[in-house]
Design a protein. Sequence first.
Length: 364
Amino acid sequence: MMQTAAVELGVRLRLLTVDPDDAAAQVIPQTTVGHHTDLTALQLLAEGTAAVTFDHEHVPTEHLHALADAGHAVRPGPQALVHAQDKLVMRRRLTDLGLPCPRWAAVHDAAELTAFGDEVGWPVVLKTSRGGYDGKGVRVVAGADDAADWLERSAGSPLLAEEKVAYRRELAALVARSPSGQAAAWPVVESIQVDGVCDEVIAPAPGLDDDTAGEATTVALRVAGELGVTGVLAVELFETDQGRVLVNELAMRPHNSGHWTIDGSVTSQFEQHLRAVLDLPLGVTTPRARWTVMVNVLGGQYEDLYRSYLHVMARDPGVKVHLYGKAVRPGRKVGHVTVYGEDLDDVRARARHAADFIRGVIDE
């Protein structure tokens, strides 16, 4: 998805991927097969580039420091990206900055987990510090016995325990920041999760009052500035019944909660990310319509999605279908659909119908 924006900007991308059949490798001509944990492969990728950036957070932090120390422009830099790589580092820093977070603790063993759960109330949310995404590396536990296997495997390294927040809904605040300090923000969106995976995004979040929207955007912009983020930053938030927002997760890259911007905003998150990491002037983030709804397409009944999206396009030409070229597996994100317009109920219904038809949930 960044390649489309790169073509329009006249920017050439160079890709490092572990799989020659990766979705990005299908559209980026200058592709090298190698592993993101291989420092030599990273050094070869970085040589002669204007900037190095990412579509995930799994490059080892020490390798990013080595690239930066060699003079390469790593954006976001390792000092910032580590807060998206390590949830304990993130929680400590955000707490030090006085930003709103769930109550949390680093727990090494059953005794520490029990003490935390007794303090904040059971159940609690337990997370691995590194490596989790889309619900992976997250477990809700009713007691220390439910976490015995994780505590044993952690071999003394702490896990992150958080209170289980009673929240109204999940929000996401998407912003971008350039090395020169220019920043831009999109409207705060509602993110609807199913089984720990983003299912639907509504932009802007319906019924969100101006004060809460402003607080969410202010939090995201402050995180970007204080952590020195370059590029797109997604701040996933809980909105509580008390009208508060609490920071849940950070992602320092184009994010699923921002895919609606491809069709629904004057400047997409992918174009904005390239503008930011190259220190170009940032684009405006004005929505194209009152409402935009994005629904993810997860792997389902059909391996071949071609016939189903042909039907969707013919039935509703206003639906924008994005398929990623990934092998279809149950539950895997293989695409998304976007609809925008002036009536939220109509837009949501059309987007949901299209996604459900493509993945075989409905057949008419």
